[in-house]
Design a protein around this ligand. Structure first.
Ligand code: SF4
Ligand SMILES: [Zn+2]
Ligand SMILES: [Zn+2]
Length: 455
């Protein structure tokens, strides 16, 4: 998998970059920063953003007026923003917002211009890039008033309270931190960042400002994004490449850029390598976003049947299975639909010293019309079966399948026991799930039990 990073916030039009934009962009590209988004701050910079977008393929822009500069914001400006936003390279309205730290524009005027630009974004179906400084209360009141409107926002250079963060995350907005996340004294920001689900995290430099360690005191630039990714990675027990890949995918999705991070056949999470086996499934769980939004941990796992690769493609990407704690067959679908392919890969993984696991809904025997458990002997080390519920009728309702599938799933778990070392029934820690009763089900058939975290 190719590493890719995104800088969702760089002001390359500012005079700090007047002499060397081409060199700055070249250095960014050398660091695999494939996408840069330049938010304007006033009407004059909107024009400069347009020019940079025309000059560089990987550069996209946002048009809008910053709270510092909205003293004279008028209906004519709004009209002009609407016209500029027609360009396919303008992917957001921004940066807009509130800033009560500096008193450059009266509060009332800030709020008025902010709301007008939010309405414009909704009308144009564009996301917004929000700047918020020392204005949490008014910001929250405004965001609440837009709840359910379809507004999609990125809160850039986040420095607000944890209460604000929690509410924004619940509203499905996106959050980014700048070099501030690397500052030695800002443990609170690092801690705060962990409340952002990986699927709502974006990377940004806010260059030329907010330069990350070890370049503090110098001009910031997009090429420093991997330093910010590295801090996120350490906090989350991932690699900076993984952070780069996931946040880039998030950026493509959030800004609606018609370029995808490509089909994901395998992806690393923690120390394990996950195999995207299939996006197909025999079930139709009511909570499953497999069809509309097959994104898991920020990876796009959408894959048509015709795109499903054969075993050699997976084997080529695994290379040496010993470098991973385990090779996990899953995908956003039911992997045993492609049991033959799994078997081929698993045989190779075991022959090359690796460990294997399948994450399944436990319907493998129905799907394959035979008992596949004995075929797992010696090639599958662990199998994790979704129990979903301790209650048969709730299970059937959740998965939109006949109740008999519940017994089939438990029967499958038992049939696996002689052949697979570690058989696990797992549930997700949704509030609706009765953990004690679910564990009792696992105990009753003598298999392990695990509660999986939910992002
Ligand atoms: S079993 Fe898994 S993949 Fe299939 S519909 Fe349910 S949640 Fe989605
Ligand atoms: Zn800002
Ligand atoms: Zn900015």
């Amino acid at each position: 998998m190719k590493t890719m990073y995104t800088d969702t916030h760089t002001h390359l039009f500012l005079k700090n970059f007047a002499d060397d934009v081409p060199a700055v962009i070249k250095r960014a590209e050398e660091q695999q920063i494939e996408l840069m988004i330049i938010p304007a701050i006033d009407m004059a910079s909107c024009e400069e953003v347009m020019k940079l977008c025309r000059d560089y393929t990987g550069v996209y822009g946002a048009v809008g007026v910053h709270p510092h500069d909205c003293k004279d914001f008028s209906g004519k400006d709004l009209q002009q923003l609407a016209e500029l936003a027609q360009s396919p390279k303008i992917v957001a309205i921004g940066e807009i917002g509130l800033d009560y730290f500096y008193d450059f524009t009266p509060k009332n005027k800030q709020i008025e211009s902010f709301r007008e630009q939010l309405d414009l974004a909704l009308k144009l179906d564009l996301p917004v890039i929000i700047h918020n400084r020392d204005s949490d209360d008014d910001m929250m009141e405004i965001m609440r008033s837009y709840a359910g409107s379809g507004l999609r926002a990125q809160f850039h250079c986040f420095g607000g309270s944890s209460a604000l963060l929690e509410e924004l995350v619940a509203m499905h907005h996106y959050i980014s931190f700048t070099g501030n996340i690397t500052f030695r004294k800002l443990d609170s920001i690092r801690e705060l960042s962990l409340s952002v689900p990986l699927s709502q995290l974006l990377l940004e430099t806010d260059s030329p400002f907010m330069t990350p360690v070890p370049h503090r005191g110098k001009r910031n630039e997009p090429a420093y994004i991997p330093l910010i990714a590295e801090t996120h990675a350490q906090l989350r027990g991932l690699t900076k490449e993984e952070i780069g890949q996931v946040t880039t995918f998030n950026a493509f999705k959030f800004f609606g850029i018609q370029k995808t991070a490509g089909l994901t056949y395998t992806y690393k999470l923690g120390h394990a390598l996950y195999i995207n086996v299939s996006n197909r499934c025999n079930a139709d769980c009511i909570f499953c976003a497999r069809k509309e939004n097959p994104v898991l941990h920020g990876y796009n796992l959408g894959m048509a049947k015709s795109e499903e690769p054969d075993a050699t493609v997976y084997i080529n990407e695994i290379k040496d299975p010993r470098q991973y704690s385990e090779i996990v067959f899953c995908g956003y679908g039911e992997p045993t639909i492609r049991w033959e392919t799994i078997r081929e890969v698993a045989v190779w993984v075991k022959a090359n010293g690796g460990n294997t696991r399948i994450n399944t809904n436990g319907h493998g025997n129905i799907i394959n019309k035979r008992n596949i458990a004995p075929e797992m002997d010696g090639i599958i080390d662990s199998i994790s079966i979704s129990l979903n519920s301790h209650d048969k009728s709730q299970y059937a309702k959740l998965m939109r399948l006949p109740e008999s599938y519940y017994d089939e799933m438990l029967d499958f778990a038992q049939k696996c026991k002689p052949y697979v070392k570690d058989v696990v029934l797992s549930v997700v820690d949704y509030p609706e799930v009765d953990i004690t009763a679910s564990k009792a089900v696992a105990d009753s058939i003598g298999v392990h039990f695990r509660v999986r975290g939910y992002f």
